[in-house]
Design a protein around this ligand. Structure first.
Ligand SMILES: [Zn+2]
Length: 673
């Protein structure tokens, strides 16, 4: 491992990136990594986390593999690296034709030093084969808090990264995140055996951010927003929860002479990048955005960030306000708050909890689909799935279903064996004979057999693996390697679809009678945790002690406690938040309580739903299904059967989910009599 003295690190920083000095935490992280010490770095958003791996990668002998949760983040980091002349690439779903092969060839040649992928890419058979064949010096996990079940944005597939890391024999790991509570931090470090002394955390506190909570009734929000913006100077972001709110609010502001523009994931990528560019160049003063905006925005002079709706969590809040004032100049952060939108935020959580019946169905499906094979006296039970079909079959949304599968893995019920593509499609770029004739006799024969097993239509041919592999001398891996080679040589275009995951099943664990309820409890616990997280958020905005100090403590930054223990023994104060200015916020429900629909209307809705779904599932509809229907939540069963068109859908969407349950329960009980 290269062990560079610190002056040559600085030289490298200047030569490769054009910066004179490291920002806090960067040098320590890079030095640790170059000493072979896996590290966890927690820096606030926009303080140069990525540079830690980018500079290190230049001094490592082999590839740096970066796992990133968002395509937008990857693209931003790639264009930054490209602007510095550093060869980096990503393998992602937007690559067309042979682009992935070109990237793989570049990595193999050592030409590309940094490769970015999503965590899901590891399930891809072609990618696994490839990455196992190249040496990797370092694994970087961006937004690493996704690995912790205690944090926000938990992504079940991240839990498998430690085992991927072992399988690929990567000994050096860097975890990067902007926000971590103490619990999340310890959890992340433990999962990758990172030692305490290799956790690098810079201060969380930002002196130039002024925090204000403004309690406001829903009907006055637009007016209040306009006033707040007109009192500001410079560029700003207004965050909203829903796409249509973004458009309505931007429209309102324009009407009142403010140069504002909506931004959300519903726009196509060209429109989005145009808006970003106009904002960067100062052609737009205010962006009204859903959280999709700002991940990759590197605009240092954003003077204000306003939360029009309550943020999703304290972690989200701190990330979003963190986009203001990166130049260090004073910047304002406002939250326009009341309790009206709370049920919407809570309902997102309830909508994701799988029903007990759904979990039961999944376990039954596994039991009935096990394929048992015996060779060499050892019997082996396998089960395979395609996620979309399974999601429909068990009526659980894809994300919670993936969580459920990871929980089954962690409980030892299933073990991932491999994943493969059910469909291989081939397009010839040269005549068949010409391709075959390029190779020696043995290979000619092998290719001929592959082509023989391919059913060519006009342009594309689909390979029938079952036919091909009947010849026991042919191995699937060799076939794929050959096709990849042809694609790399631009002789064919290869397309793969129908990702199928294969698991080994442990029948004893699967037969455990308490399995279903323990899984169900896991999700109930998570639901409770999430609902509590929302309550903590609401409490935060109503605190009667300094907001800044509380926020810093939440993220385990005790700077105020160390430096600021004042002789009066009072709670430390930042002096630049609304509470320090004597304004303690009290949040209220501002809209008149929306009346409940009558029993008759609800009963009619239930009948409607039951009729629409009759014959579509092989059991009676559950209480939860009716509640979700009235709350306007979508589950796979609803989507497929166009339940949205029914008049009862979303009939109670203004109500809290728990209240809907209480209201529907007696009607449901009647129905079952
Ligand atoms: Zn304060």
């Amino acid at each position: 491992m290269n062990n560079l003295p610190s002056n040559s690190l600085k030289e490298s920083l200047l030569n490769s990136f054009g910066f004179n000095d490291f920002r806090p935490g960067q040098e320590q992280t890079i030095t640790q990594l170059l000493n072979g010490q896996s590290s966890l770095s927690i820096f606030p958003t926009g303080s140069g986390k990525s540079l830690c791996y980018q500079l290190t990668a230049l001094h490592l002998p082999h590839l740096t593999l970066v796992v990133s949760p968002l395509l937008a983040l990857m693209k931003d980091q790639l264009s930054f690296l490209a602007s510095k002349g550093i060869k980096a690439a990503s393998i992602d779903s937007t690559l067309k034709g042979n682009e992935a092969q070109t990237v793989m060839a570049g990595v193999r040649d050592g030409d590309i030093k940094v490769l970015m992928v999503s965590v899901e890419r590891f399930k891809n058979e072609r990618f696994r084969q490839f990455i196992e064949s190249v040496p990797v010096s370092m694994l970087v996990v961006d937004e690493a808090h996704c690995i912790s079940e205690w944090g926000h944005n938990f992504r079940p597939d991240y839990l498998k990264l430690p085992s991927y890391c072992q399988a690929l024999k990567i000994s050096l790991v860097l975890l990067l995140t902007a926000t971590a509570t103490r619990k999340v931090k310890q959890d992340m470090a433990a999962k990758f055996s990172i030692r305490d002394e290799h956790i690098v955390q810079t201060g969380f506190y930002r002196q130039n951010l002024d925090l204000s909570v403004l309690p406001v009734a829903e009907s006055h929000k637009n007016n209040q927003l306009e006033k707040v913006i007109k009192a500001q100077q410079g560029a700003g972001i207004v965050y909203v929860t829903l796409q249509h709110t973004a458009e309505k609010v931007a429209q309102y502001l324009k009407q009142y002479g403010i140069n504002a523009c909506a931004y959300h994931a519903g726009f196509d990528s060209d429109t989005r990048s145009q808006i970003q560019q106009d904002f960067m160049e100062g052609k737009i003063q205010v962006i009204v955005a859903t959280i999709a905006f700002g991940m990759g925005i590197d605009k240092s002079d954003i003077r204000f960030v306003i939360h029009y709706d309550l943020p999703k969590s304290i972690e989200n809040y701190s990330q979003e306000i963190g986009r203001a004032g990166r130049d260090g100049l004073p910047s304002q952060c406002f939250t326009l708050a009341n309790l009206d939108g709370l049920n919407t935020v809570e309902n997102f959580v309830y909508g994701d909890t799988p029903e007990f019946a759904g979990i039961e169905r999944l376990l039954n499906i596994i039991k009935s689909e096990i394929i048992t094979s015996a060779y060499g006296g050892v019997s082996d039970s396998k089960w395979e799935l395609q996620i979309l079909q399974l999601s429909n079959a068990v009526n659980i949304k894809q994300l919670p279903l993936k969580t459920l599968l990871v929980q089954l893995e962690l409980a030892g019920v299933i073990e991932p064996l491999y994943a493969y593509f059910a469909d291989f499609k081939i397009k010839l770029l040269k005549p068949k004979a010409e391709i075959i004739n390029r190779f020696n006799d043995q290979r000619k024969d092998f290719l001929q057999r592959i082509f023989n097993a391919t059913d060519f239509k006009k342009v594309w041919g689909s390979l029938n693996f079952d036919t091909l592999l009947q010849d026991k001398s042919i191995e699937r891996n060799r076939v794929i390697a050959a096709l990849e080679y042809l694609a790399e040589q631009q002789l064919i275009v290869l397309e793969t679809k129908g990702m199928t995951e294969v698991f080994k099943v442990n029948p004893n664990e699967l037969a455990d009678p308490s399995l279903c309820s323990s899984l169900s409890n896991y999700f109930k616990d998570n639901e409770e945790k999430e609902i509590k997280r929302i309550a903590t958020l609401v409490r935060f905005f109503q605190l009667d002690t300094c907001l800044t100090v509380n926020l810093a403590r939440y993220f385990d930054d005790n700077c105020f406690d160390a430096a600021g223990v004042n002789h009066l023994g009072t709670v430390p104060q930042c002096g630049h938040c609304s509470v320090c200015r004597g304004q303690v916020a009290v949040l209220e429900h501002s809209q008149a309580q929306i009346p409940w629909p009558s029993d008759e209307a609800l009963k009619q809705g239930m009948t409607e739903l039951a009729e629409r779904l009759s014959g579509k599932i092989n059991q009676a509809l559950s209480l939860e299904s009716y509640c979700r229907f009235f709350a306007g939540m979508t589950v796979p069963l609803f989507g497929r059967n166009k339940v949205r068109q029914l008049s009862g859908f979303g009939l109670c969407e203004q109500q809290r989910y728990q209240a809907i349950r209480d209201r529907v329960f007696p009607l449901f009980a009647d129905l079952k009599k």
